[in-house]
Design a protein around this ligand. Structure first.
Ligand code: NAD
Length: 294
């Protein structure tokens, strides 16, 4: 079994990005600048945004964190987005999800300038991605592709089963794995909460990408020998014996499934750090394209 080490790989990618930033500096040009908008004080969102801002510092980007109270109106948030769209200092920005219930997520998504949409969630980017055109690929699927590619996991002609059809992970992952290119050319089955006999399908899979958010859902008796496992899940499971009062669990019962796997991502230290590295990569791409001037 080989561990798909997202921590190490993401550090390699950040080092590569830092080299590019140094070259930008040497040319006397402006370094990439990522902004993040956080509405409310959800614990997990605060942690994610904090990691994204720290990652910017590590690679030499500028970063701006805009924290808005839970009670922020939709109009106020849309105004903030409009300001970021028009601010030439900012190359890319993200609006951390989930948003409070009184704010329409779709409206917010559509308000983001696609050239600055480094999360790759805007329909223009999603459509371009699906058509294999140049676009921002959502950070989590982008990170998974990088992990598979850098560990030279064979995907061509393999049967990849994706569990979960969210717009940010499962659905784009299923599209990307079936496309042409490195870490792709798979035959893909996309499964979801209405899928019948899931374990019959997963038992036929060469590669399983799990993104459903149910701790330790995928068990050893649901997979075949030598399977490749990518575990996207992040759940906080209460555990009074831990200082934080919880432990982080993935969607895969790691101890038992890893024994049957050829490659597997750990949680934490797998897909999570890759997501952050690819957000930085998208910001660098945005800077290089100079999208904020178009
Ligand atoms: P989501 O929470 O929006 O949706 C869950 C999906 O799972 C749905 O499409 C649903 O159809 C499917 N599902 C639910 N029960 C199922 C079942 N029994 N069988 C098959 N499919 C089932 O999905 P999400 O936003 O992709 O999040 C999934 C998990 O991934 C969460 O734990 C989330 O925290 C985590 N996540 C991690 C990262 C990362 O960077 N590592 C990024 C995004 C999400």
């Amino acid at each position: 079994m080989i561990l798909l080490d997202g921590k190490k790989t993401s550090n390699d990618i950040k080092d590569e990005i830092a080299v590019s930033v140094n070259e930008i500096k040497k040319r006397g040009e402006k370094v990439p600048h990522l902004a993040a908008v956080l509405v409310g004080n959800d614990g997990a969102s605060l942690t994610y945004v904090g990691s994204k801002v720290r990652a910017c510092e590590r690679v030499g980007f500028n970063s701006t964190l805009i924290e808005l109270p839970e009670t922020t109106s939709e109009e106020r948030l849309l105004k903030t987005i409009n300001d970021l769209n028009n601010n030439n200092e900012i190359d890319g920005f993200i609006v951390q999800l989930p948003l409070p219930k009184h704010i329409n997520e779709e409206k917010v998504l559509l308000a983001i300038n696609p050239n600055k949409d480094v999360d790759g969630f805007h329909p223009e980017n999603f459509g371009k991605m699906a058509l294999e055109m140049d676009s921002f690929i959502p950070a989590t699927p982008f990170g998974i592709l990088q992990l598979l590619e850098r560990y030279q996991v064979e995907t061509k002609g393999k049967h990849t089963v994706v569990i979960g059809r969210s717009h940010i992970v499962g659905r784009p992952m299923s599209i990307l794995m079936s496309q042409k290119g490195p870490a792709a050319n798979s035959t893909v089955t996309l499964t979801h909460s209405y899928t019948k006999n899931l374990s019959q399908i997963t038992k036929q899979a060469d590669i399983i990408i799990v993104a459903l958010g149910i701790p330790e859902y995928l068990k050893a008796d649901m997979v075949k020998d030598n399977v490749v496992i990518v575990d996207v899940g992040i759940s906080r499971v209460p555990d009074e014996s831990k200082p934080k009062g919880y432990v982080i669990k993935g969607d895969v019962a790691f101890d038992e499934v890893s024994k049957k796997s050829s490659f597997i991502t750990p949680v934490p230290g797998g897909v999570g750090p890759m997501t952050i590295a690819m957000l930085l990569k998208n910001t660098l791409i945005a800077r290089e394209r100079g999208g904020n001037h178009s």
